[in-house]
Ligand binder design. Structure first.
Ligand code: UFG
Length: 330
C-alpha cells in the first residue's frame, strides 16, 4: 500500500514514516521543509518537496504515485503564535487541508489519518478527557484543527472519504535508535527545553507558573512517546481499511506529570543539575490535560509500550545528547 505522508520531514511525521517503512508500507513524503528537515526524510521514502496548498504540485504528485492513503501532519502548531497570527493558521492548516481533500477526491483516495490535538478541547470540564467532551478551543491553532476535523466529517458525508482524527496530548521522546528526533527552531516544548538546559545551551528553564490548582502548583500534562503515537497511526490505517468507517481517538498515556516532576525526571536521567526558575503563567495554558485513551486501546487495539516518563526522557536525551544542534550536528 502506498501512503503519502504530508509533513513527513517533521518531528512526528518522520517517526511515522520510519515506522510505516519498518512495517512494509511504501511511503511518499510531501513536505515544504519550512519547519521540517531534509535529513529527517527516510532514505527509502520518495520525497517531493512542495507545499500542500499548491494544488498543481499536489496533483502532479498524486498523478505520478498510486497513493491509497494519506497521513496528514502538515500544519503550523504553535499555540502562542496562533493567537498572534490566526490567519497564518487558517491559511496553512485549514486551506492546506482543503487542497489535500480536493486532490484526494480528484484521485479517488479514500483514507486519511489526521494529526489532531488535545487543543481542540480547550479547558476541560472533566479529567481524564473523553472523545465525547466538549470541543471549545482556546486558540486559533486548536480551532484550525477542529475546523479540519469538521472538513473531514463533511467530506465523508459527501464523497465517502474516510478519516481517523487522532487527538494528541503531549508528544515527546525519539526513535529508539536516535537517528531522528525533535528539532524545532525556535523550540517551545517542555522536554527539549529541559534537555537543552541539561546540555548547557540554556542557563535555566523557566517554569511557567507555580500557582495552578495542582499538587505542586505547576501544570500537569499527559506525555506520550512518539513511537507509541506513530504506532496508533498504522493501526488507524488498518482500521480504515478493515472497517471503512471514520472515527476520532485521543492519544495519551492516561497519566499526568507536572512541569516540576518532568524536570526532576530529567535530572535523574541526565545526571545534570538543570537550574530552574519560576516565571509568569503562559497565556492559554490549562492547568491539567490528561487523556482517556481507552477508546484507542479498545477499538484500534493500541498498546503503548513506552508509557514510563523516564523511558520517554531517556530516548529524548539519547537524541539530544548525540545531536546537540539537532540535524545540524554533523
Ligand atoms: N512549560 C514551561 N516552560 C517552558 C516550556 C513549557 O513551564 O519553557 C510548560 C507549559 O507551560 C506547559 C507544559 O510545560 O504547562 C507543556 O508545555 P509544551 O509547550 O511542551 O506543550 P503544550 O501542553 O503547551 O502543548 C502541546 C503541543 C500542542 C498541543 C498540546 C495539547 O505543543 O501542539 O500539547 O495538549 F496542542
Amino acid at each position: 500500500m502506498i501512503i503519502a505522508v504530508l509533513g513527513g520531514a517533521g518531528y512526528i511525521g518522520s517517526h511515522a514514516v520510519d515506522q510505516l517503512i519498518k512495517k512494509g508500507y511504501e511511503v511518499v513524503v510531501i513536505d515544504n521543509l519550512l519547519t521540517g528537515h531534509k535529513e529527517a526524510v527516510h532514505e527509502k521514502a520518495r520525497f517531493y518537496e512542495g507545499d500542500i496548498r499548491d494544488k498543481v504540485f499536489m496533483q502532479s504528485v498524486f498523478s505520478k504515485e498510486k497513493i491509497e492513503g494519506v497521513v496528514h501532519f502538515s500544519a503550523s502548531s504553535l499555540v502562542g503564535e496562533s493567537v498572534e497570527q490566526p490567519l497564518k493558521y487558517f491559511n496553512n492548516n485549514v486551506y492546506g487541508t482543503q487542497i489535500t481533500l480536493e486532490v484526494m477526491k480528484e484521485f479517488d483516495v479514500k483514507y486519511i489519518v489526521f494529526s489532531s490535538t488535545a487543543a481542540t478541547y480547550g479547558e476541560p470540564e472533566d479529567i481524564p478527557i473523553l472523545e465525547t467532551a466538549k470541543t471549545l478551543p482556546k486558540s486559533p491553532y486548536g480551532e484550525s484543527k477542529l475546523m479540519m476535523e469538521k472538513m473531514l466529517y463533511w467530506c465523508d458525508v459527501a464523497y465517502g472519504i474516510k478519516s481517523v482524527a487522532l487527538r494528541y496530548f503531549n508528544v515527546a521522546g525519539a526513535q529508539l535508535e536516535a537517528k531522528i528526533g525533535e528539532d524545532h527552531t525556535p523550540e517551545s516544548h517542555l522536554v527539549p527545553i529541559i534537555l537543552q538546559t541539561a546540555l548547557g545551551q540554556r542557563k535555566e528553564i523557566t517554569v511557567f507558573g507555580d500557582d495552578y490548582d495542582t499538587p505542586d502548583g505547576t501544570c500537569i500534562r499527559d506525555y506520550v512517546h512518539v513511537v507509541d503515537l506513530c504506532d496508533a497511526h498504522i493501526l488507524a490505517l488498518e482500521y480504515l481499511k478493515a472497517h471503512n468507517q471514520s472515527n476520532v481517538f485521543n492519544l495519551g498515556s492516561s497519566e499526568g506529570f507536572s512541569v516540576k516532576e518532568m524536570i526532576d525526571v530529567a535530572r535523574q536521567v541526565t545526571e545534570k543539575e538543570i537550574p530552574e526558575k519560576i516565571g509568569e503563567r503562559r497565556a492559554g495554558d490549562p492547568a491539567v490535560l490528561v487523556a482517556s485513551s481507552e477508546k484507542a486501546q479498545k477499538v484500534l487495539g493500541w498498546q503503548p509500550q513506552h508509557t514510563n516518563v523516564k523511558t520517554i526522557m531517556e530516548t529524548a536525551w539519547k537524541w539530544h545528547s548525540t545531536h546537540p544542534k539537532g540535524y545540524d550536528s554533523k
